[in-house]
Design a protein around this ligand. Structure first.
Ligand code: FES
Length: 250
């Protein structure tokens, strides 16, 4: 059952009496409807600086996504395998481009494959090869940085998108103008239903994710449930990297 189907089911519509917001239901929804999919975690602009990273949370999982010097994007669970410390803080940031270092005991990981390179204070025969960061799927599609916590890598988003509806949009030629993130105290079905009722001409290329393509700007919206029963909605506003003829008054 996908999220659109879940929204249509009479017994899952947003009714307080139907107790659709209980923690077990939301946890199941996260696991079955959201975890197997790609999610937009940011725009490639945000990973331009050496060592720049993005983080993205879904339920109780969080990923850290980075681009290495060779241009590839890699993602790992944002948790140290030693004692579970958070590796990178905030939605965006800049760390060393050469390594991912845990702030707690200084374990240091290779940024492309997550292999443990250094483990200070461990005994001499400590086996570095037995430890590494836990990988998460990552991709870049039309300038949008994607992440997925699925067990198996999901099919390319290109297969799920109506290219005509996007009117040729390719975000890799655009710049990120504004990013907002709101945590709304409402269950995801309630939020999704109200978004569907706005009548806005948005291409829903994935449940919970929409893109509105205009001539000079694009809005990408990504909504998802949290484990606390609220709904996080991220919005990315992209503008053209170069002025169009119309903007220049031509
Ligand atoms: S928790 Fe990360 S190095 Fe110890």
């Amino acid at each position: 059952m996908d999220t659109q189907e879940a929204l249509r089911r009479p017994d899952t519509l947003s009714s307080q009496e139907q107790e659709i917001d209980d923690a077990a239901t939301i946890a199941r929804d996260i696991e079955t409807l959201f975890r197997p999919r790609w999610h937009v975690a940011g725009h490639i602009d945000q990973l331009a600086a050496p060592g720049a990273y993005l983080t993205f949370a879904l339920g109780d999982r969080e990923a850290v996504i980075r681009r290495t010097a060779d241009g590839h994007v890699h993602a790992f669970y944002n948790v140290c395998p030693h004692r579970g410390s958070l590796l990178c803080e905030g939605r965006t940031g800049v760390a060393s481009p050469r390594a991912i270092m845990c702030p707690y005991h200084g374990w240091t990981f290779e940024p492309a494959d997550g292999a443990l390179m250094k483990a200070p204070y461990m005994h001499d025969d400590f086996d570095l090869a037995g430890w590494r960061l836990y990988p998460v799927h990552a991709d870049v599609w039309r300038g949008l940085v994607l992440v997925s916590f699925a067990d198996e890598r999901p099919a390319s988003l290109a297969d799920a998108v109506d290219a005509d509806a996007l009117d040729g949009f390719d975000g890799s030629g655009w710049k990120l103008a504004t990013f907002t993130s709101d945590d709304v105290p409402a269950a995801w079905r309630t939020v999704f239903e109200s978004e569907g009722a706005t009548g806005e001409s948005a291409h829903s290329w994935q449940p919970g994710s929409t893109i509105v393509v205009g001539p000079d700007r694009v809005r990408v919206q990504v909504s998802r449930p949290t484990g606390a029963g609220t709904t996080v909605t991220d919005q990315y506003w992209l503008i053209r990297d170069e002025p169009t003829g119309r903007e220049a008054g031509a």
